[in-house]
Design a protein around this ligand. Structure first.
Ligand code: TYM
Length: 340
C-alpha cells in the first residue's frame, strides 16, 4: 500500500486510531490510547488520524483548533510514532472520511445512535448545541476505521460502544454487498483503559472537565505534583486496589501500573502499610518520569512547523490513496455511476 509497504513486501495487518484535537490531551488519553500507538509499529501498518472533523461537533475556536492540530501531530511523534513507518494526518485532509460517512449513515439506525452513551453525555453537557454531527459522530468514526480495512483499533474503554457499532455497521453492509469491509477488533489495555478524574474518581478523566481533575500531557512537574497531591482518596488509609470501594487510591495504583511501575499486586505489596502521601509521591514520580522525555521532544518538534506540515502533507497523500481504494469499491457496490 504505502511507502511503508514498499520497503517490506508482505502485507501487514492494519491499525487505525484517532484523537480529537480539542482541549489539552490528558494522562487518560496517553494511558488509554496514545502510549499503545507506537508499540505495534513494526508488526502493523499504523494509521493515526488527528480527527478535527470530530472535534467540531462541539464549537471550537478556529485559530486554536488549527494550533491544536499541529500540536497533536507533534505529540504523536514525540510519543514515539515514527512518521516514516506510520501515517499521521488530519482527518479533514482526506475527504473520503466524509464521503464514506454519508454512505454509512444510510446503513445506521436512529435507534442505534440514540443508545450511544457518549452522545447522551455530550448532549447533556452541550444542551445549547445538540447538533446532528454530535448524533452521527459514531458513523464518522466507523468510516474512519472501515476506510482503511482496519484490523485493530487501540482505544480506551469509553470508545468500546462506538467500536461495536462500527462492527455492526460493517457486518450489515457486508451482509448486503459481500465482503467489502474488514471487521475490526478493539485493542483495549488491561490496566488503564479508563483513567479516572483526580477529583471525582468515579468519573472518567476528561479534557473537557476542570483543570484540577486531570494531568495534562504538557503539564510541568510542579503542576503535576500539585494536582496529584490534591487527588481525592478516602479516609481509611489503606493502600489497596479496590475500584468499587476505593476509587481514588485504585486510580493512582492503576496509573502507576500502566506506566510500568509493576503489576497492581506488586504495587499493593510494596506499598502496604505506607501512607497516601507516599502513594501520591510515587505516582507523581512515575508520571513525571514518563512525561518529561515526551515533553522535551514535543518542544523540539513544535518549533519546527515546516517539518510538521511536511509530515502532515505527505502522509495525507498516502492516506488519500488508501482511502480512495475502499471508497471506490463501496461507491460501486451501492450503485453510484462509474467515472469515465
Ligand atoms: P478522544 O479524543 O476523546 O480520546 C482519544 C483516546 O483516548 C482515550 N481516552 C481515555 N483512555 C483511558 N482513560 C481515559 N480517561 C481516557 N480519556 C480518553 C479514548 O478512549 C480514545 O482512545 N471518538 C474518538 C476519536 C476517534 C477514533 C476514531 C478513535 C475518532 N475516530 C477511530 C479510534 C478509531 C474520541 O473522541 O477520542
Amino acid at each position: 500500500m504505502s511507502e511503508v509497504q514498499n520497503q517490506k513486501p508482505e502485507k501487514k495487518p492494519i491499525i487505525f486510531s484517532g484523537i480529537q484535537p480539542s482541549g489539552t490531551l490528558t494522562l487518560g488519553n496517553y494511558i488509554g490510547a496514545l502510549r499503545n500507538f507506537s508499540k505495534l509499529q513494526d508488526e502493523y501498518d499504523c494509521i493515526y488520524s488527528i480527527v478535527d472533523m470530530h472535534a467540531i461537533t462541539v464549537r471550537q475556536n478556529p485559530a486554536e483548533l488549527r494550533r491544536r492540530c499541529m500540536e497533536l501531530a507533534a505529540i504523536y511523534i514525540a510519543s514515539g510514532i515514527d512518521p516514516k513507518k506510520s501515517l499521521i494526518y488530519c482527518q479533514s485532509h482526506v475527504p473520503g472520511h466524509a464521503e464514506l460517512s454519508w454512505i454509512l449513515n444510510c446503513f445506521t439506525y436512529m435507534g442505534e445512535l440514540q443508545r450511544m452513551t457518549q452522545y447522551k453525555d455530550k448532549a447533556a453537557k452541550h444542551a445549547d448545541n445538540i447538533n446532528a454531527g454530535l448524533f452521527t459522530y459514531p458513523v464518522l468514526m466507523a468510516a474512519d476505521i472501515l476506510l482503511y480495512q482496519t484490523n485493530l483499533v487501540p482505544v480506551g474503554v469509553d470508545q468500546k460502544q462506538h467500536l461495536e457499532l462500527c462492527r455492526d455497521i460493517a457486518q450489515r453492509f457486508n451482509g448486503v454487498y459481500g465482503d467489502v469491509f474488514t471487521i475490526p477488533e478493539g485493542y483495549i489495555p488491561k490496566v488503564g483503559a479508563k483513567v479516572m478524574s483526580l477529583q471525582e474518581p468515579t468519573r472518567k478523566m476528561s479534557k473537557s472537565d476542570p483543570e484540577d481533575t486531570y494531568v495534562a500531557l504538557l503539564d510541568d512537574p510542579d503542576t503535576i505534583r500539585r494536582k496529584i497531591k490534591r487527588a481525592v482518596t478516602d479516609s481509611d488509609g489503606e493502600i489497596r486496589y479496590d475500584p468499587e470501594n476505593k476509587p481514588g487510591v485504585s486510580n493512582l495504583l492503576s496509573i502507576m501500573s500502566a506506566l510500568g511501575a509493576g503489576t497492581l499486586e506488586e504495587l499493593q505489596n510494596e506499598l502496604a502499610g505506607q501512607g497516601y502521601g507516599t502513594l501520591k509521591a510515587r505516582t507523581t514520580d512515575c508520571v513525571i518520569a514518563t512525561l518529561e522525555p515526551l515533553q522535551a521532544e514535543f518542544k523540539r518538534l513544535i518549533a519546527d512547523k515546516a517539518y510538521l506540515q511536511g509530515v502532515l502533507d505527505e502522509n495525507a497523500r498516502t492516506a488519500n490513496y488508501l482511502a480512495n481504494k475502499t471508497l471506490r469499491k463501496v461507491q460501486k457496490k451501492v450503485g453510484f455511476a462509474s467515472r469515465g
